[in-house]
Write a protein that binds this ligand. Structure first.
Ligand code: NDP
Length: 457
């Protein structure tokens, strides 16, 4: 028995606009519950994450780590011959993997019985969508159109690139300027430097990664500077000019910088303009985000929205979760609200950050008394490499309940480590339960279960 009423007068039970992470997941799961589903896409399947985001980014991050690994290997007795990096090889191999993933998405959709409609979709009315002149009726419409890089309108901005282009550059620049202090800027600064590019990162505020734990932000800036990154805070570009030797950026203070590439990673805007949403009565926020209730329903009852188009927590796994919840709400007879608390995330900076729960600053606001456990150390591996890189690990505990309300790490494998610990935070684990857990020796992760004395309260 299905958990919903089929309206056979309409073409579909669900018409999804956008075959990115959220749209594909919502389509497949809904079809699995017996819904008749179509999804429209005007670009490659898989959206930002697969094509110009998480996946190619992580492949580039892997590529960029080798240089340091080669250097580190000397302390363990290795000597290597000439090292040479070939950007074209990386690009071709990356493109081949992305093409494979596009096909995997295609197969997943067709195996689930979802109709794929190629082309740009537009909402005509609350139950009708038009794609390239063809109209489709549906009981429900889901907008999962994602986001798009946004750049400030300064003179010469047309000479700059965004992450979209950074994945397809024909040549690796020799000198790059990265503008911004969020995930993308920090990750690309690391990728470029690892691949041997001379990088300057500019951030308009006093310290990058606003919203992350202050200790971790400060420690990352220190580590990056030790590695030779030219980090400039309270700095921004006023204008860009093309010269015979590259690009010249004039900063707010009047000084100039030359580079071959200027990458803007200054945030992303929901992709919601020009697809008939406002005309259909869908309420949008000032930045274009679709305003939704806790079940992802827009102001028009038959139109729903998930993922970056709603600008809630803009991460692929969150869009997947929102898609699963929506399928359950619409077609399983079990309404489910997505949960946006305690979402773990990683920044693949160098070294990387992993974090879940509250930052120290947020916990101080949320609880009367908190205890901070903190450990900063040189990992075992670096006792032989000679590297002075430090790992930072931090637990934030609500003293009244003894619950661990935040965990933060800066150091190798932070994302892998925090993913495991995020289950404990989700389950409401207490500090005593952390203490009762036996560590795995010798690892960095064991520090999280062996920190005994709070550093402050
Ligand atoms: P973010 O919103 O994270 O960061 C944007 C950065 O650009 C901020 O440092 C912001 O400064 C700065 N900025 C904004 N406007 C201007 C301007 N006009 N001039 C100069 N600087 C400006 O965006 P990203 O582009 O880095 O990432 C987009 C989203 O993608 C993120 O929300 C994230 O959720 C997701 N993402 C996640 C990744 C992961 O999980 N590892 C990886 C990559 C992306 P300020 O702080 O002052 O506002």
């Amino acid at each position: 028995m299905s958990g919903f009423e089929k309206d056979t007068h309409r073409d579909y039970d669900l018409f999804v606009i956008g075959a990115g992470s959220g749209g594909v997941r919502a389509s497949r799961i809904s079809a699995g519950y017996g819904a008749r589903v179509a999804v429209a896409e005007d670009k490659d399947l898989g959206g930002t994450c697969v094509n110009v985001g998480c996946i190619p980014k992580k492949l580039f991050v892997y590529a960029s780590h080798y240089q340091e690994e080669f250097e580190d290997s000397a302390g363990f007795g290795w000597s290597l011959g000439d090292r040479k990096f070939d950007w074209q090889t990386l690009l071709q191999n990356k493109n081949r993997e992305i093409a494979r993933l596009n096909e995997v998405h295609d197969t997943l959709l067709s195996n689930a019985g979802v109709d794929l409609v190629n082309g740009r979709a537009r909402v005509v009315d609350p139950n009708t969508v038009e794609v390239e002149g063809k109209t489709f009726t549906a009981t429900n419409i889901l907008v999962a159109t994602g986001g798009w890089p946004s750049v400030p309108s300064i003179p010469g901005i047309e000479h700059a690139i965004t992450s979209n282009e950074a994945f397809h550059l024909e040549q690796l620049p020799k000198r790059a300027i990265v503008v911004g202090g969020g995930y993308i800027a920090v990750e690309f600064a690391g990728i470029y430097r690892g691949l041997g590019v001379d990088v300057t990162q500019l951030y308009r505020g006093p310290l990058f990664l606003r919203g992350f734990d202050d200790d971790v932000r400060t420690a990352l800036a220190e580590e990056m500077r030790k590695k030779g990154f030219d980090l400039r805070f309270d700095s921004n570009i006023a204008s860009i000019e093309k010269t015979s030797t590259g690009l010249r950026a004039t900063l707010d203070d009047g000084s100039t910088l030359e580079a071959d590439t200027i990458l803007y990673a200054t945030g992303r805007t929901p992709n919601t303009a020009g697809i008939g949403l406002e005309e259909a009565g869908v309420k949008l926020a000032k930045n274009g985000a679709i305003v939704v209730d806790e079940f992802s329903r827009s102001s028009v009852p038959s139109i729903w929205a998930i993922g970056d188009a709603t600008d809630r927590v803009n991460l692929t796994p969150v869009a997947l979760h929102e898609g699963m919840c929506l399928a359950s709400t619409l077609f399983r007879g079990e309404p489910q609200m997505p949960v946006h608390e305690n979402v773990a995330s990683a920044v693949f900076s160098q070294p990387p950050i992993g974090s879940v729960g509250l930052t120290e600053e947020q916990a101080r606001e949320a609880y009367p008394v908190i205890d901070i456990y903190r450990s900063q150390f040189r990992p075992l591996k670096h006792t032989l490499t000679g590297s002075s890189e430090q790992t930072l690990m931090k637990l934030i505990v609500d003293r009244a309940s003894d619950r661990v309300v935040g965990i933060h790490m800066l150091g190798p494998d932070a994302g892998e480590i925090i993913q495991g610990f995020s289950v404990a935070v989700k389950c409401g684990a207490t500090k005593s339960q952390f203490d009762a857990t036996i560590g795995i020796h010798p690892t960095s992760a064991e520090e999280f279960v062996t920190m005994r004395e709070p550093v402050s309260s």
